[in-house]
Design a protein around this ligand. Structure first.
Ligand code: NAP
Length: 283
């Protein structure tokens, strides 16, 4: 964290990541590193916000000139939206907000997960994308995938009604229909050359978590992108890699969404590779 003299304490802009739980968050580490590097007069904290009542009180507090902005993680990404003054197109479409900027007392909401997801694959072309899971992260992945020309998109999840709702919410930007499957409907014939398979479920955070069948079917012509970064390498990543598939973990996405948030806060885009290294060293 930057060292500040007592004279300028009131000028130090405050930033934080809020959520519940929040102790695991690497956002303070990342943001404070670049606050120091760019020599900004700012501090970035983590703050436990337990419920919606606390959220409403806190959101009012951050309208003060003392606050520059916040990042939001589970479970407040949806609940914060009605408390804001303006939201950008990404929040409107994805239905979740992970970054709020205080502009002279008005709160502006953004979603940087979608752009973060793209970062490690930004120069790539795929023939097909298979998205596993239909929660909050899947919304950002589907939003970004829909903007690319990556051929067919398949959404695989255990709750068909929830998938239908998600696709309906994103209908405005979808260029072509999304195929919706349950895990039991999914079979090996869905995999073709140059298929990107994205795990957006939280399966893999524990070592005992099951490996989805599709991961056993992957080969050297497929790319497996797991949004999880703790552990650094999940069981599914290990299986995919042993079958010859290229694997990507969630650290580049975490870093790139933080970089985009940092740019919204401070107007500077930090080095994403340095961020990935910081995250890896802290894992
Ligand atoms: P979420 O909204 O709770 O969604 C979780 C998804 O996983 C839901 O679709 C859920 O399906 C599915 N799921 C859970 N257990 C399952 C199982 N046994 N079989 C099949 N599906 C299962 O969580 P989220 O916010 O999307 O986060 C998901 C993961 O992405 C987390 O590991 C998170 O750390 C990671 N993430 C990473 C980044 C990054 O920057 N790298 C950003 C955001 C999220 P049901 O609805 O049927 O339960």
């Amino acid at each position: 964290m930057t060292n500040h003299t007592s004279q300028n304490m009131n000028e130090i802009k405050q930033f934080a990541v809020i959520g519940n739980p929040i102790h695991h968050s690497k956002s303070p580490l990342i943001h404070n590193h670049f606050i120091s590097q760019f020599n900004f007069l700012a501090e970035y904290h983590k703050k436990l916000i337990e419920n919606h009542d606390q959220l409403a009180v806190f959101v009012n507090e951050i309208r003060s000139s003392y606050w520059g902005g916040i990042n939001i993680t589970i479970p407040h990404k949806q609940a914060i939206i009605p408390l804001l003054d303006e939201i950008d197109e990404s929040v409107q479409i994805i239905g979740a907000c992970n970054t709020v900027v205080n502009k002279s007392g008005k709160l502006f909401g953004y979603n940087t997960d979608s752009i973060g997801f793209l970062w490690p694959i930004r120069q790539r072309q795929f023939n097909k994308v298979i998205i596993l899971g239909n929660g909050g992260a899947a919304r950002a992945v589907l939003h970004q995938s829909s903007k690319q020309d990556w051929g067919e998109i398949v959404l695989v999840a255990r709750n068909h009604e929830k998938s239908a709702l998600l696709v309906n919410d994103l209908n405005k930007i979808l260029k072509y229909p999304i195929k919706q499957l349950t895990f039991t409907d999914l079979n090996e014939s869905e995999l073709m050359r140059n298929t990107l398979v994205v795990n957006t479920t939280n399966m893999g955070m524990d070592d005992d978590d099951p490996v989805f069948n599709i991961v056993y079917w992957l080969n050297h012509e497929c790319i497996f992108y797991d949004l999880i970064y703790t552990p650094w390498e999940t069981n599914m990543m290990r299986v995919a890699q042993s079958n010859g598939a290229e694997v990507i973990n969630g650290a580049p996405m975490l870093a790139a969404q933080a970089a985009a948030a940092f740019q919204l806060f401070f107007g500077k885009y930090p080095d994403v590779d340095t961020m990935i290294k910081l995250i890896k060293d802290a894992s």
